[in-house]
Design a protein around this ligand. Sequence first.
Ligand code: ZN
Length: 119
Amino acid sequence: MRKFRIDTGESLKSGQCAVCFHKQRREINEALRAKVFLRVVAEQYGMSEAALSRHRKNHMSMSTNQQILERLREKLLVVCAAAEARVIDSDEPDDTVDKVFELIDDFRQEAIQALTLPW
Ligand SMILES: [Zn+2]
């Protein structure tokens, strides 16, 4: 099965962002989302305003909605695969299995398309 991953951004991959690797990243992100002044966040978590600003611009640019959609797509694929496995394991006649597979496939394609934004 294909695996989908939430894109975490360039700097995180190369290990350069102090905020992304901060133990309290979640709290910091929450503060930034709540529009707490950078100076205040910087002081509270002991990092530079520049690092926070860079992090906010580069790593928080993916909207929460996009992340939700990514997770939904991932879950959708897992649920569909589980449903298919259930049908295969059942004692249903072949034509029923085929029909259910068709339904699942139609649904998956339509839902994936609906959940895919042109980013
Ligand atoms: Zn970051």
